[in-house]
Design a protein around this ligand. Structure first.
Ligand code: SF4
Ligand code: SF4
Length: 421
């Protein structure tokens, strides 16, 4: 047998790759297969390529890399697969092999990895961008032909919401009412800068649910973007640092970003010899899992909303029921079904920046489905989805607000207070 194209301790497991029995059940669930209809842009086709490389039948060619790059890593195929093929970790291990052999030369990718997983740097970049938006310069630039000459820059500019003022979190938000215990709150990189209100609302709701909320200020990135890109050394470095960031006495570490939660819950797979990382994985919970057990004082919200399943919540963490049940508790809120609610919106970490054409096709499809619902609010539990769907709605001139579930829950709490006055 020819030598495998893969090498080293993180090489994709050949037996796991052979676990695919080629049944094709995953194909209709795969966003790229639905758009392109090509076998090699389906989960089965990609697994075939990975296995062929592992068995030494093909090399790590440009074509190989192209089909891997087009994969969103959304893991819808994992949810569908009756054979339990762990597509996500096989993809990440394969990307690591590819990147080691053929490092990326993309300047955009380098810039993204230098900024996004570094909360301080990202904050420093966003400050002048906030000025740019508030000074009116943004409107002028959008009307000028300047951005048309730089389509990738235009895509990033279109994605950016109104940058909020920095809103630092306290180190501790104490429990209100009967105390349940103590949790830690993960701030996230994008979340803390672009949606700080989601972090504040999360802490407030947890506190109302009886939890002391510890918020370590020095916490860094979970490494999700690095992991999805196959940058395993950088990912492990970040994971090790994060694993020691939270006090030992917190029962759970709560996250409100699906991509972060999904990544941390897999620390045990990637860092089995680091006890702190394994322990952090075991005590990490999405905010919807923790609040599902709480009796929140919710008032009335007279709104029609629809729910988009973030891939790394629905497929990565198998969480679908809890956010919907929480929203259904809000009196007056009409939750209407979104067709294809668990089909990726095209965000997928930084995929929308690196593969804008496919991302835009998926976004257009998502906005079509949203428009069909007639809902005025789209709810989703991941900052990347919020940014992406809001961008699509703006582009379409669709009058919808795109918010995190905790935002609606916090509004319902406020509405309840108003009602008591
Ligand atoms: S991760 Fe998503 S895009 Fe990639 S093969 Fe699976 S379903 Fe398709
Ligand atoms: S559903 Fe699973 S076993 Fe069937 S083709 Fe897809 S990955 Fe392979």
């Amino acid at each position: 047998m020819a030598a495998s194209a893969f090498a080293g301790p993180d090489a994709p497991d050949l037996e796991a790759l052979r676990g695919c029995v080629h049944c094709g059940i995953c194909l209709p669930q795969c966003p790229t297969y639905r758009v392109l209809g090509q076998e090699l842009d389906s989960p089965r086709g990609r697994l075939y390529l990975m296995r062929a490389a592992a068995e030494g039948r093909i090399g790590l060619t440009d074509t190989f890399g192209h089909h891997l790059d087009l994969c969103l890593g959304c893991r819808a195929c994992e949810s569908a697969c009756p054979s339990g093929v762990a597509f996500g970790s096989l993809l990440e291990a394969t990307r690591a092999q590819f990147r080691r052999r053929r490092p990326s030369t993309s300047l955009l990718e380098k810039a993204v990895f230098a900024l996004f997983p570094e909360p301080r740097r990202l904050g420093a970049l966003l400050r002048p961008l906030r000025l740019y938006q508030r000074s009116g310069l943004a409107r002028l630039v959008r009307r000028s032909p300047l951005l048309r000459r730089f389509p990738r820059l235009a895509a990033m500019e279109a994605l950016l919401p109104d940058v909020p003022a920095p809103a630092p979190m306290p180190a501790l938000v104490p429990a209100r009412g009967p105390r349940r215990g103590r949790v830690g709150l993960l701030l996230g990189c994008v979340q803390r800068h672009l949606y700080p209100d989601v972090n504040h609302d999360t802490a407030r709701l947890l506190s109302l649910a009886g939890w002391d909320v510890a918020i370590p200020s020095g916490q860094g990135c979970c490494g999700a973007l690095d992991l999805h890109a196959g940058r395993l050394d950088e990912f492990r470095r970040r994971a090790r640092a994060l694993a020691t960031s939270f006090p030992a006495d917190v029962e759970f570490v709560v996250t409100n970003a699906a991509g972060c939660g999904s990544t941390i819950k897999e620390y045990g797979h990637w860092l089995p010899d680091v006890p702190e990382a394994v322990a952090l994985a075991a005590r990490t919970r999405d905010v919807s899992e923790v609040l599902a057990a709480a009796d929140l004082p919710l008032g009335v919200l007279d709104v029609t909303a629809t729910y988009h399943d973030a891939c790394h919540l629905a497929h990565g963490q198998r969480i679908r029921r809890e956010p919907r049940e929480l929203l259904a508790r809000i009196v007056g809120l009409r939750l209407v079904d979104l067709a294809e609610s668990d089909l990726c919106c095209g965000s997928a970490g930084i995929y929308n920046l690196l593969e804008p054409e496919m991302a835009d096709r998926l976004l257009a499809r998502k906005i079509d489905r949203v428009a069909e619902t007639g809902a005025r609010i789209v709810v989703s539990g991941n900052p990347g989805c919020l940014l992406q769907i809001a961008k699509g709605a703006r582009g379409r001139g669709l009058d919808v607000e795109v918010v995190h579930p905790v935002t609606l829950l916090a509004r319902a709490v406020d509405a309840g207070r108003e009602g008591e006055r």
